[in-house]
Design a protein around this ligand. Structure first.
Ligand SMILES: N[C@@H](CCC(=O)N[C@@H](CS)C(=O)NCC(=O)O)C(=O)O
Length: 231
């Protein structure tokens, strides 16, 4: 098997998506964490947009963009996470295309610079959740994953952001999830899945809080203790 190196910032959700796909496929890989404020020259040379993730393969090829990395891994390593049916595959791709819109509602809350920006971002969460609730009604009436029983690339795309919603809700309650039972059950199933986690859960939530504080986000003031454990 090829040698895989995943270059990462510890709390990056897009890196987490790529790591989840590697774990779902039981692929051994080296995780190399670099600091956002001190990106080494070797990294800048292989990352066109200076962003993580980069997946380096056999020390010769560098792939970037988490969606492209996920698709590449799915095309080259079993088990296939995309559905076999082309229509279902198109529907799945359409919903992974919605990840950036969905994620911006969550990260908008996390990194809002003032209360007005926080409130404006928080108001976008329920409409985004409603979209996903409707998609789940069609795709997965019985759960637990996006396509029902079988885990897919859609699950890997949303897991990091659904996890962060709970991190934010524990810093300052947002109360949006309660109105969407299917989404809530999906989020819980993803959080329970071992592949979601690159770090022990409590440690990761603390790292996330430190990152929110580092960015001097408005909600930082509500972080009394970075070490509050996950539920
Ligand atoms: N669309 C990209 C997003 C990657 C991304 O935004 N990564 C962030 C860290 S979570 C980054 O490297 N930011 C550095 C920068 O913008 O300079 C993907 O899916 O891989």
């Amino acid at each position: 098997m090829a040698k895989y190196l995943l270059v990462s910032f510890k709390t990056c959700p897009w890196v987490q998506r790529a790591a989840i796909v590697l774990r779902e496929k039981n692929v051994p890989f080296e995780f190399r964490h670099i600091e956002p404020d001190n990106r080494p020259d070797w990294f800048l040379a292989i990352s066109p947009h200076k962003k993580v993730p980069v997946l380096r393969i056999d020390e010769s090829v560098s792939l970037f963009e988490s969606s492209a990395i996920a698709e590449y891994l799915d095309e080259t390593i079993a088990p296939r996470l995309h559905p076999e049916d082309p229509v279902q595959r198109a529907i799945n791709r359409a919903w992974t295309d919605y990840v950036p819109t969905f994620s911006s509602s969550v990260t908008g809350v996390a990194y809002a610079a003032d209360e007005a920006a926080y409130k404006a971002a928080a108001e976008k969460i329920a409409p985004a959740f409603a979209q996903l609730e409707r998609a789940l009604e069609k795709q997965s009436p019985a759960g637990p994953f996006f396509n029902g029983a079988k885990y897919s690339l859609v699950d890997a795309g949303y897991a990091p952001f659904l996890q962060r919603y709970y991190f934010l809700d524990r810093i300052r309650p947002l109360g949006a999830m309660e109105k969407f039972p299917r989404l809530r059950a999906w989020a819980q199933a993803l959080i329970k899945r071992p592949s979601t986690h690159s770090f022990p859960e409590g440690e990761f939530e603390a790292l996330y809080r430190i990152n929110v504080k580092r960015r001097k986000a408005w909600i930082s003031q509500y972080i009394a203790d970075v070490a509050v454990a996950a539920e």
